[in-house]
Design a protein around this ligand. Structure first.
Ligand code: 4AD
Ligand code: MG
Length: 460
């Protein structure tokens, strides 16, 4: 007999004479003549209730089945006499696959997120984290659907690279030289003897490579892991995260903003429609305002304001910020959240940032002071998307690299793309984990990725 998943059983239209289920016991309770087992197999939020009656041959064993144990059940799917569920399983046979001892940490009670982080290997077995990882899966497919429907090609860019796209120096070095590092006479590391014959690191963004493919295929996107050795222990940073990076040839900043807006609205609607049960859990237990936030995002046009205006608003706001906003400085997350949460009460796109606080590849505006950058800010999080129109003029790009103190040699191929058929093009990066935080109301990024990597933490 083929194993039936609980997600299909609970949607059954009629009783079924003979089914087989396998799963983990959430709880067991005994009544006179019966033992009731709540079984979950991870296929959906709901458990299925299994009723074992005392006439079963191994009834005494069944009454020893503990929370966390794995079982296999054969029986009949029948209309439930109890409240709260349409169907239940009248067991014909219940066998224990593996009995969990009492030390199983997920006994039926509320656990804090902090505690659950210490058992990240088991937390997907809770309702909340099961829901997180199901939504994470659906969201991945939604991303591919969105781009595919619009004719974008999915491209793969290198994980190991020789360049620092963002120029922020937050790189994880990749090397085979350890532990005996060969040195030059002056004491510096002899990188010519390293695996690639030069320095290498994990990518912080696939953008530079994606640009090459966009300038060949038109509209492309990457969706993969990125790595940043940022030593910031915040609620919205991890050292390993996933980024969605579309890149479009023949597209300016406005087209780029339009795509970012469309993407966030689409993903929000998709998850509201396709993960309704799991989303309801977050609306009930994590963030009471979640449904209202999601409705707003799914149905509103995002506010768009230039950076200069954003700073002007912040300076005039009667609000005690920890960091004073200042023209020419980057926005802090508290500033971003003020704009989107308090002032506009919907997503906000801030564009045209000072060139001094943005990477070399962003297109210089005619004012010579700002670049065609855009950040999308959302309630509860702040920045969720960072992007720009790219500098397509070779001379301007070289000048910006000089100003940034970047060596041109490693970027020869990037500059080459500006020599042959250079055209306006744009793209952005959407933080996948931040999108999950938005959709679930979860406030700590460590709780939307199964095994988070943060400074000092590499467990699991
Ligand atoms: O704004 P960022 O740094 O942009 C880029 O890397 C561009 N090269 C993308 C592009 O234009 N193709 O990062 C993009 C997004 C941020 O808005 C944020 O959502 C997320 O990536 N992000 C992080 N998410 C989790 N942990 C971190 N440490 C993150 N750093 C950035
Ligand atoms: Mg950014």
């Amino acid at each position: 007999m083929k194993r039936a998943k609980i997600v299909t059983l609970i949607k059954s239209e009629a009783p079924q004479a003979s089914i087989l289920i396998k799963g983990w016991v959430r709880t067991r309770r005994d009544a006179k003549g019966f033992s009731f087992l709540e079984i979950n197999d991870g296929s959906c939020l709901k458990n299925i209730q299994v009723v074992a009656d005392e006439t079963m041959a191994n009834y005494e064993e069944i009454r020893k089945i503990s929370t966390g144990s794995a079982v296999t059940v054969t029986g009949r799917l029948v209309a439930s006499k109890g409240k709260g569920q349409q169907w239940e399983v009248q067991a014909e046979q219940v066998d224990t696959l593996h009995l969990a001892p009492e030390s199983f940490p997920l006994q039926k009670k509320r656990h804090t997120d902090e505690f659950l982080r210490t058992i990240a290997h088991l937390r997907p077995r809770t309702n909340k984290y099961g829901a997180v990882f199901r939504i994470r899966s659906e969201l991945s497919f939604a991303i591919h659907n969105f781009f595919r429907e619009r004719g974008f090609r999915y491209v793969h860019t290198p994980i190991i690279t020789g360049s620092d796209c963002e120029g922020a120096g937050e790189l994880f070095r990749v090397t085979t030289l350890l532990p005996e590092v060969p040195r030059n006479p002056d004491g510096t590391v002899d990188v010519t003897r390293d695996f690639f014959g030069t320095e290498a690191n994990l990518t912080v963004s696939g953008q530079l490579s994606a640009e090459m493919l966009a300038l060949s295929l038109g509209d492309v996107y990457t969706f993969g892991p990125t790595f940043r050795a940022e030593n910031s222990n915040t609620r919205r940073h991890v050292a390993e995260f996933w980024m969605v990076e579309p890149e479009m040839a023949f597209c300016d900043l406005t087209g780029n903003m339009d795509l970012g807006e469309d993407l966030i609205r689409y993903l929000t609607r998709f998850i509201m429609e396709n993960c309704a049960d799991d989303v309801a859990l977050f609306a009930n237990f994590v963030d009471k305002g979640l449904m209202a936030t999601l409705e707003t995002i799914a149905n509103s046009d995002f506010e768009r304001i230039p950076y200069a205006e954003a700073v002007h608003i912040l300076l005039g706001a009667r609000q005690n910020f920890e960091f004073e906003p200042a023209d020419g400085k980057d926005l802090q997350s508290e500033h971003e959240r003020f704009l989107t949460e308090t002032l506009f009460k919907k997503p906000v796109i801030v564009y045209d940032y000072p060139k001094t606080i943005k990477p070399f590849y962003m297109r210089l505006n005619d004012d010579n002071a700002t670049v065609a950058a855009m950040d999308v800010l959302v309630p509860g999080i702040g920045e969720i998307i960072g992007g720009s129109q790219r500098e397509e003029r070779l001379d301007v790009l070289e000048k910006r690299m000089d100003e940034a103190g970047l060596p041109k040699e490693p970027y020869w191929w990037y500059l080459d793309a500006r020599r042959y058929g250079s055209v306006e093009h744009s793209g952005f990066g959407l933080g996948f984990e931040r999108m999950l935080m938005l959709l679930t109301g979860i406030t700590n990024i460590r709780d939307v990725i199964a095994f988070p990597r943060t400074p000092g933490v590499i467990e699991f």
